[in-house]
Design a binder for this molecule. Structure first.
Ligand code: SF4
Length: 420
């Protein structure tokens, strides 16, 4: 074991690339990780890779053939859970969907899908973490707490060797760890947040037209004053950045996301402003990129007619399961099976348990065919998308002979083609 420098941590979507691993008493000791990263690297992973068919250990070729037969036999196979796979494995998954006439989706559930619809409606003005760190004089955190979800974000926004050059403003309903480190904390209840955003946008319209803002008689004076306070911060920035989280679990409408995107776009009439969503959904951003480039749709694409189709959420994994429109499933997961199915509505759960399953999972899981996958950065390598949509090549700490999902998927594809 030798010291390894600059490895990437996949503990959150920040994908910190300055981690050092040092051998210590037969184990690795990690430098530059936060607590979340340390927990990620110390996860238990089995020493060898094992695959199962009908819950019995099986040779890899037999498991591959069994998986190909399940897909071949199915009239409407479903492929999902791409957010747990590397970009390379996502690309092969789409090829299988294309050949098998399958439906393919990025995640298991419809939760938070509204942000994609919001993006399609309003677009986004965004930047990389590097640009935000080097150019921003104001960083706003809107209802998010990166100290908990992306613990090294504030540290990484500071340019190396320089003191913090930006002001931090947090807007939220409670004093989080990030709010405690902020220069200014504006407290507003989650219930009043949409109204506040609306008033900031209205005041901004008048500000851009050099008109004095008239108070809205239907708006509470407190919100009106808070909106002026917030607007003052935003328009005085030379280069502002706003980080936000998915606030709604609604699958169709994301009013907060829409409103933030519109506000950021309008702010660019006066100054430079960018926004970045603090995603926590593993490699889902890469999955959306892969599906958009391959099929033209960023999620829920159906290939049963020989060409890709999408119709809102009709072909999402959750809808396909709930409506019993699929008769076999191939999925990837770093969650346990109970955590996975708990995300689904009851009717979808029942159908999921009733159809043949091919699982790529890091944990032992009951399925007709189970392929064991590794953890990125520990015993698996591959491309993963950072929170700002930059693709990062993750390598494994120690070489091993584990067969990566993309190779297994490619062999399933070859078997599908030869099965005729
Ligand atoms: S911030 Fe995220 S990527 Fe960076 S060390 Fe912590 S868990 Fe790992």
């Amino acid at each position: 074991m030798q010291k390894i420098e600059k490895i990437i941590c996949a503990g959150c979507t920040l994908l910190c690339d300055d981690i050092e691993a040092e051998p210590h008493a037969g184990h690795w000791r990690f430098k530059n990780t936060c607590e979340l990263g340390s927990q990620y690297f110390t996860q238990q992973s089995p020493p060898t890779q094992t695959h199962f068919v009908d819950d019995r250990v099986a040779a890899i070729d037999l498991a591959i053939l069994a998986a190909a037969k399940i897909i071949k036999k199915a009239k409407s196979p479903l492929i999902c859970g791409l957010d747990h796979l590397s970009t390379e494995a996502q690309q092969v998954s789409w090829k299988i969907a294309d050949i098998a006439g399958a439906t393919i989706d990025t995640t298991f559930t419809n939760r938070g899908r509204s942000s994609i619809f919001s993006l399609q409606k309003t677009g986004k003005v965004t930047a990389t973490l590097g640009e935000i760190g080097s150019r921003s004089d104001l960083v706003v955190f809107w209802f998010c707490d990166p100290e908990a979800t992306h613990p090294r974000l504030l540290q990484r926004l500071n340019q190396k060797g320089k003191d913090r050059s930006h002001r931090i403003l947090v807007v939220g309903d409670k004093e989080t760890a990030t709010a405690k480190r902020a220069d200014h904390f504006i407290q507003v209840s989650a219930e009043n947040a949409p109204e506040l955003l609306g008033r900031v946008r209205s005041q901004l319209e008048l500000h851009t037209d050099s008109k004095k803002s008239a108070p809205d008689p239907d708006c509470s004076p407190v919100i009106e004053t808070t909106a002026s306070e917030l607007l003052n911060e935003l328009v005085n920035a030379k280069y502002g950045s706003m980080f936000f989280e998915q606030v709604t679990e609604d699958s169709r409408f994301d009013p907060a996301g829409d409103s933030i995107s519109r506000l950021i776009r309008r702010l660019n009439d006066l100054t430079r402003f960018v926004g970045l969503k603090l995603r926590t959904d593993n490699n889902a951003q890469s999955a959306e990129n892969v599906l958009a480039w391959s099929s033209g749709y960023p999620f829920a694409a159906n290939h049963s007619l020989g060409h890709p189709r999408q119709h809102g959420l009709e072909f999402s994994a959750e809808s396909m399961l709930q409506n019993q429109h699929c008769d076999a499933i191939l999925f990837a997961s770093r969650l346990s099976k109970s955590e996975l199915v708990d995300q689904l509505p009851a009717s979808a759960r029942v159908h999921f348990e009733s159809i043949p399953q091919i699982a790529f999972s890091t944990q032992a899981m009951t399925a007709d065919v189970q392929f064991q996958m590794g953890l990125p950065g520990i015993n698996e390598a591959g491309e993963y998308c950072r929170v700002d949509n930059i693709s990062m090549p993750i390598r494994k700490i120690e070489p091993n002979d584990w067969i990566p999902p993309e190779v297994i998927l490619e062999k399933i594809l070859q078997n599908l083609l030869t099965l005729g």
